[in-house]
Design a protein around this ligand. Structure first.
Ligand code: BG6
Length: 480
């Protein structure tokens, strides 16, 4: 298999928040890698925008410092890349810099405006882009999470954006949708005939979706303490994984066809019972402080871990629960979807120990890939004994000759330039996810619920284990 890079049309990309953390870590290095890969050339322009007073040269020097290169050839390419970049200092809520921006964007060129800024800037920036004619009818606007704090704030953000842009111009990023394996989940389900006939409650006993992180919230305590795992991870990233696992086949791999099916899943979610939720907060551990220290709030009741049982009330999934679990300071960084198939209806091997059965594990990170746990005869003499064997596929090995793995942001930014919204959240989708999440959050706010403490480096609070034991099931070990 040979990697194919399909060049995009020349564009002007305006990056608001150009000196911010996300821009440094993901967006600038990602753009450079796409340039090196040949996805765009010197006919495109990138304009960094932020509050700081810097001139083009000073900003280009910063880019040289933050964009990693490994060879002399790449250093040369970096020089050519930064020559495409210029910089404007702008007051997002005032007048400074906007005339200069209007003069810099080129007529007749595709324009994309990437708002890597706090949500309270979305409206003011969108209005200035519209009022000054900087955004045209074909321009695109990209916004980052958090997209609201609850349903009401998400609706307000949607209204501000739609006041200036049409829905087909708005790209709401959930970077989980840019991950290779997340898209592979759709390929697995809808480009193979093997799985889809089994992909329902008659054959699937339950599904576990885990996004475990080993890092703490150190350094982002203030933001995190106002969000918690529910708002930071479940309402968006885990919800997307749930949707792609549970949705009906769209008629086409096209933006609205895919997003219609995802919205139907969210709308089919039953309200979650408080007794089906486990919330946790990490204690101090070897070499690091507790969540309460990191949050700078000794009384915080924000969760750094959450596990819950979710039911999708439709024909396909009735009686097949989905268990979601995510948290900080856990044993390992691992994200996966584990699909547990039902046991055979009748066992013809009486008296023989049967291993745990068929589980399809789709790994998002690390080691993107898939493993299908199967039961086979224990090889060799000694009569009929059963054992477990795995069919294992690590994408990095099996696709070694293919494309270099792309970071989620690289792919998503190029999709914006191509005008493909398939991997972006639609406004109604975000609102539906908040409409589901809000009562859950309100439930524990009303009870002033205190999360259960858990040891860092472990698997989360005991309540999460009980949640599963109660249903006669077990979590897959984190990092298994
Ligand atoms: C972000 C969250 O959206 O996703 C972070 O705000 C989290 O808290 C991160 O750490 C996880 O992303 P990834 O790609 O590292 O799994």
């Amino acid at each position: 298999m040979v990697a194919r890079v399909i060049p995009v049309n020349p564009f002007d990309l305006v990056l608001f928040g150009a000196t911010g953390d996300l821009a440094k870590r993901k967006i600038w290095p990602g753009l450079f890698r796409r340039y090196v890969a040949g996805q765009f050339d010197d006919s495109s322009r990138i304009l960094g925008v932020s509050r700081s007073e810097l001139d083009d040269d000073a900003f280009r020097d910063r880019l040289r410092d933050i964009i990693p290169t490994s060879t002399t050839a790449e250093k040369d390419q970096l020089d050519r890349f930064v020559a495409l970049v210029s910089y404007i200092a702008i007051d997002a809520k005032g007048d400074r810099g906007w005339d200069a921006l209007a003069k810099t964007v080129r007529p007749e060129t595709e324009r994309a405006f990437y708002l890597s800024v706090a949500p309270n800037f979305f409206g003011p920036i969108a209005r200035r882009l519209r009022d000054r004619g900087i955004a045209t009818e074909t321009s695109r606007i990209v916004v980052e999470k958090p997209f609201g704090h609850d349903l009401e704030s998400a609706k307000a953000l949607n209204a501000e954006l739609r006041d200036c842009f049409e829905e087909h111009q708005i790209y709401r990023i959930d970077h989980y949708l840019g991950k290779e394996t997340v898209q592979n989940l759709m390929a697995l389900r809808f480009a193979n005939s093997l799985f889809e006939p089994l992909w329902n409650a008659s054959h699937i006993e339950h599904v576990q979706i885990t996004v475990a992180e080993s890092l703490s919230v150190e350094g982002r305590g203030e933001y995190y303490d106002n969000s918690g795992a529910m708002r930071d991870m479940v309402q968006n990233h885990l919800m997307q994984l749930l949707c792609l696992t549970a949705m009906e086949p769209p008629s086409k791999f096209q933006p609205n066809a895919v997003r219609d099916e995802k919205v139907k899943v969210i709308e089919a979610l039953e309200p979650v019972q408080q007794s089906d939720i486990a919330r946790g907060q990490y204690r101090s551990g070897t070499g690091h402080d507790s969540y309460l220290d990191h949050a700078g709030n000794p009384d915080s009741r924000t969760e750094s871990f959450i596990a819950m049982k979710v039911n999708v009330a439709n024909w396909r999934w009735a009686k097949t629960p989905f268990y979601l679990r995510t948290g900080k300071c856990l044993r390992a960084r691992t994200s996966e979807i584990a699909v547990y198939f039902r046991n055979p209806p009748h066992m013809i091997f009486p008296g023989i120990d049967t291993p745990s059965g068929n589980v399809l594990v789709i790994r998002l990170q690390p080691d993107e890939g898939m493993t299908l746990h199967t039961t086979i005869k224990d090889p060799g003499p000694g009569g009929m004994r059963l054992t477990e064997a795995s069919l294992d596929m690590t994408f990095a090995d099996s696709l070694a000759d293919s494309a270099q793995p792309q970071d989620a942001y690289e792919r998503l930014i190029m999709d914006v330039i191509r005008g493909d919204q398939t991997l972006f959240m639609r406004g109604d989708e975000v609102e539906a996810a908040w409409a589901w999440a809000d009562p859950i959050i309100q439930g524990w706010q009303e009870r002033n619920h205190k999360p259960q403490a858990y040891d860092s480096g472990g698997s989360g609070p005991d309540d999460a284990l009980l949640l599963m034991h109660r249903d006669g099931r077990r979590w897959r070990p984190i990092g298994a």
